[in-house]
Design a binder for this molecule. Sequence first.
Ligand SMILES: NC(=O)c1ccc[n+]([C@@H]2O[C@H](COP(=O)([O-])OP(=O)(O)OC[C@H]3O[C@@H](n4cnc5c(N)ncnc54)[C@H](OP(=O)(O)O)[C@@H]3O)[C@@H](O)[C@H]2O)c1
Length: 280
Amino acid sequence: MVRKHIFFVFLLVIFYKMIDLKNKNALVTGASSGIGAAIAHRLAKEKCNLFLTGLGDAQLQETKEICEKEGVKVFYKECNFAEFASIDELVKEIKSIGFHIDLYVLNAGISQRDRGLDTDFAIDQKIMQVNYWSSVYLVKQFKDEILSSEHVNMSVTTSLAGLFGFPLRTSYCASKHALFGFFESLDLEYPNIHVTFLIPGRINTPISKSALMGNGEKYAKMDAGQAKGLDVDKAAKRAVKAIKKEKHRKLIGKGELLMAYINRYIPWLYYKIANKISPT
Ligand SMILES: NC(=O)c1ccc[n+]([C@@H]2O[C@H](COP(=O)([O-])OP(=O)(O)OC[C@H]3O[C@@H](n4cnc5c(N)ncnc54)[C@H](OP(=O)(O)O)[C@@H]3O)[C@@H](O)[C@H]2O)c1
């Protein structure tokens, strides 16, 4: 009998902080592909209404149709995060339909496949703009709505490469590190904001295909490491569970996640092996 009680208390402690996403509204960026599209579908299964954005009208429409099958309201608008004017248009649309955001899934991003000194400065700026500045700019457009909300959740997709340096990813790493700095501070500053950092290792998505080379051209290849990465739906399932549990940080991936611990606890080993791992 006592054991039974202890078991129920244990379960209560585990599920205590689970948030209910039913009838909540989520904005998902980078929802036209990969992790963002899979998270959107998972959120729809939780009966969460969605506003999807990303590049590619046809792909957004496809994600919308998949999510609508779960019986939720889904809106979408294409937006280029490389341009603030395009983000302004997105914000105007979200506000005009009265979509009050409870959960910001800040997930859009582009990767990099070239060494730092071989990357044009304009490309460094573009990666920072799409991966970092766009999210900062976007949430600031909703300042009044966030301040007047009782509780707001933000899910920020960073990367294992946001925890340490990695070859062929100088600006990509920098942009992901920057997300940690800004959004962790925001979480500490406002009691009504909770931030969950999603930290993927290698997830099987087409991200390497759209990664930028130093001259701005697309890398256009599927990395072997990427193809062997964690299945994107499994990644999204773990992501949404972490959001619901209001975790601060959630590592998502396979064996590569060990690098997070090696970097933190055995830094000399990290320096020995980080440039021996294939970056493609
Ligand atoms: N896959 C991984 O192994 C991995 C690992 C660590 C972190 N991440 C992070 O996870 C997030 C999602 O990546 P993913 O793997 O799902 O890659 P993905 O399939 O390429 O998805 C990236 C999303 O971002 C959108 N996007 C790219 N440039 C944009 C722009 N200028 N304006 C608006 N949207 C833009 C893409 O739209 P289009 O597809 O239409 O271009 C797409 O919806 C990214 O932030 C990425 O850095 C991924």
